[in-house]
Write a protein that binds this ligand. Structure first.
Ligand code: DGY
Length: 321
């Protein structure tokens, strides 16, 4: 019997995942660098039964059509599924799995890093050194503490909870979160459910780590930044499109926020002359919150296991409903 065909959309998917798949599947691996465009992916998709999708590009109807009606399983190497057309997959009865949980700790580490970098003004500090403006004074270059701060977490899933666990070690005074319902895990973390407006009004640090969907798109807008106080720090490890970016730029330009730490932005990659890069109160990283060796290996292996289970008719470990 012939083996199922699996397309791996990027040749740098960790080898531990490729090894897991190799015995039972015929692998087709995109080798274009730094990453294949959609036509290159489509060209290799023809006739495959499953795809390990490691791409920021949209997996849409065109891709499924290019693959053909035998396509059964997609495993995206991401927790977010905003790069996948869910309706099209549903309509074509293609199963989808993502990689939640295994990236929580790495993303939470980076979120705390961004918060500290923003509240202690890392970007500005470096600029001061390189422009020879380094001086000294008891009131010079003050930041704010995470210690004893009030913190708001928007999206209290696995990543939000991992951030909260870290915050306990910083002795924050209060952890609030917003969302649809109380989370059982919040009790042990001492976190309290509040509505989004109150969270913005009362938090010294606001962490955005919710999924991007029609409800959350643009929720951090001029109104929300207006609710935040001038000494607040905004951190985004979710998706750039949670934010109306021009409103954030304005809030930072006018010092209506102390600072921001962003791992995600719009567009990605950000053009090198973008306004965000001109702001000394903004710390930026290039969408790398899950980019550690351990986590990327775990994400890829989870994809491989999901593909094997999906193709074998078993329930996948992390199916997207
Ligand atoms: C995710 O997994 O959704 C992260 O943003 C990494 O792509």
């Amino acid at each position: 019997m012939s083996k199922p065909k699996v397309l791996i959309t990027h040749c740098e998917v960790p080898s531990s995942a490729i090894d897991l798949l190799r015995t039972d599947c015929d692998l087709i691996i995109n080798d274009e660098k730094p990453y294949p465009n959609i036509d290159q992916i489509k060209a290799k998709a023809k006739g495959v039964d499953a795809i390990l999708w490691s791409s920021k590009l949209k997996l849409n109807e065109d891709v499924l059509n290019a693959a053909g009606p035998q396509m059964k399983v997609v495993a995206t190497m991401s927790a977010g599924v905003d790069n996948i057309d869910l309706n099209v997959l549903r309509k074509n009865e293609v199963k989808l799995a993502n990689t939640p949980i295994v990236l929580n700790e790495s993303v939470a580490d980076l979120a705390i890093g961004l918060a500290l970098a923003a509240c202690r003004r890392f970007t500005e500090g470096r600029e001061i050194i390189t422009s020879a403006k380094w001086t000294f004074g008891p009131q010079w270059f003050l930041g704010r503490d995470l210690f004893q701060a009030r913190v708001g977490i928007v999206g209290f899933g696995g990543i939000g909870q991992a951030i909260a666990r870290r915050l306990k070690a910083f002795d924050v005074t209060e952890i609030m979160y917003s969302g649809h319902s109380e989370k059982e895990e919040a009790v042990a973390l001492g976190a309290k459910l509040v509505d989004f407006q109150l969270l913005c009004l009362q938090s010294d640090f606001i962490f955005a780590c919710c999924p991007l969907n029609d409800e959350t798109r643009g929720m951090f807008n001029a109104k929300a930044f207006g609710w935040m106080h001038k000494s607040a720090v905004f951190v985004n490890v979710g998706r750039g499109e949670l934010v109306v970016q021009k409103d954030l730029v304005k809030a930072l330009q006018t010092n209506n926020l102390l600072g921001a730490g962003l791992d995600v932005m719009t567009p990605e990659p950000l053009p090198k002359d973008h306004e965000l890069l001109k702001l000394s109160n903004c710390v930026l990283t290039p969408h790398v919150a899950s980019a550690t060796k351990r986590t990327r290996d775990a994400m890829a292996e989870l994809c491989a296991q999901n593909i094997l289970r999906g193709l074998g008719g078993e329930e996948m470990f992390t199916p997207v409903p």
